[in-house]
Design a protein around this ligand. Sequence first.
Ligand SMILES: [Zn+2]
Length: 346
Amino acid sequence: MQTELHNKWQQVIARDARQDGRFVFAVRTTGVYCRPSCPSRRPRRDSVEFFPTPSEAERAGYRACLRCKPTEVSAQAQFVARARQILDNAEGSVTLQQLSKQVRLSPFHLQRLFKRATGLSPREYQSARRMQNVKHGLRKGDDVTTALYDAGFGSSSRLYEKAPQQLGMTPGEYKRGGAGAKITFAIAPSPLGRLLVAATERGLCAVRFGENARDLEHDLRSEFHAAELHRDEAAMKRYVDPLLAVIRGERTTIDLPLDVRATAFQMKVWEKLREIPAGETRSYSQIAREVGDPSAVRAVARACASNPVALAVPCHRVISVSGDLAGYRWGIERKKKLLEREAATV
Ligand SMILES: [Zn+2]
């Protein structure tokens, strides 16, 4: 409950228009209530209370803000808000047909509105939410089975079917620093410094640059502290060679399988990054638009910064709108050189 209030407050501070229609916030000192996106100056946290609907705020004695007119939240936003409420409170999964009946909107329109507002289809939304709940449960220390049931997965096999794709590892491994996973890695010299490449049996899980092999290996071992790690240059050649060829500008694309942990949002961003051709760049806001959430520019930047596999997910091809290189997890100099080389090769 505390976290829910905290989330609402964060959404109010962010003036998150996607929350309009989901709740209103009321200010005790002024007696006025607003929609989350109201442009007015934010009050102190302790003078704010939240209501699910305008009428409940009015019953408590508040009046509607004249600036943001919370009672006039668009009908579209109300459909989406209603759909999210149903999905958030559903015990099991809800089909598009069922949802469309409950909010009284055709499946086609509902799907389109929902996707525009949240960036996900109702089905993806449910799946992402359940994943989030499982991860949350696991971090709190619940055992895997409890977390699964709490998150609304009827049987554990359903999550295990999904897990390799979405979490990159099975949930048990996720909990314990990669326990049970076999990770092979190699460290090679490259024109941009030492390159560490690591993979599970399913695909690449880490591609990183560094100044020296010892630090790179140390960081890898502490992140996957419970995994079985082997250094094997020969076994990793099939991954290392194409990556080195990209750094040298001898090839422009990499099509290697990935095995990375990611939220649904990160996964969407990384997939978009993989579509940027070598020699081209995109801005963070372009990517935000492409994943269907133009206001998520910061979240896109965070997803780029948290990319675990350099080059394989070419986060170096995202720069700021002004043309400024912005940041790079492995140093701005490396980003600059990579982009120069790609521009010269294509
Ligand atoms: Zn207002």
